[in-house]
Design a protein around this ligand. Sequence first.
Ligand SMILES: [Mn+2]
Length: 275
Amino acid sequence: MGEDSEAIRVRTLFLSDLHLGTKGCQAGLLLEFLKDYDADTIYLVGDIVDGWQLRSGWYWPQAHNDVVQKLLRKVRKGSHLVYVPGNHDEFLRDYIGTTFGGIEIADSRIHESADGKRYLVIHGDQFDMVVRHARWLAHLGDGAYTFALFVNTGLNRIRRRLGLSYWSLSAWAKLKVKNAVNFIGQFEEFLSDEARRQGADGVICGHIHHAANREIAGLRYLNTGDWVESCTAIVEHYDGRMEVLNYPSLLRARAAAAETRREAPEPMPGRRAVA
Ligand SMILES: [Mn+2]
């Protein structure tokens, strides 16, 4: 084994909203995390590279390169990597269905867990417009809903071609602080509904930078969070159990445990302490 022989191995790792190419990306911490965790399968659940930001000025420090190299090294060592583009890396949506150097690009994917559950893996920006206009769409029925989903993708494509900036649901929701919680709730509900529609048991998405692992009307709603503020990821253990990892609090817990060990009295000579 190579340098990662100390790494914790999980069945699947889900990461989203790294926003590489922006000053906000916590690339240093992310690199540490990638050294700590290895997975059979890695899903990049969108907004990995921020194409919108890169267009308005090149920002690509070495640490961001290191993250990309680290991911590619994992692929070379046998990790299966599926890249599900988001709105900030939607330039990759032109390549859906293709494979680059062992990396599959997919619009969305059904992931089957070790315990036989089916999860819809999707970034989630596809639902921006329905979340934003949920109130009147509800009056117009199913057709309007499908149309809004369709228009949402098309509009962003046009905005990109025209050189406009991306209309961000999370930024917009933050402006309307009072309603932000509602929008998050609505997003979560729409994503769960979509998973149900596709016959899945749950959904694993990103986009709103808000990690979660909860049940919504009988469906498991999981959100990977982001690596701009929260530094979170989802792992699937070998028994199929899904877990949200908050890396900063994980590091704090580790440091506290090390501190306790240091403060503990030395075990009797010739005897090993049983932990
Ligand atoms: Mn997004």
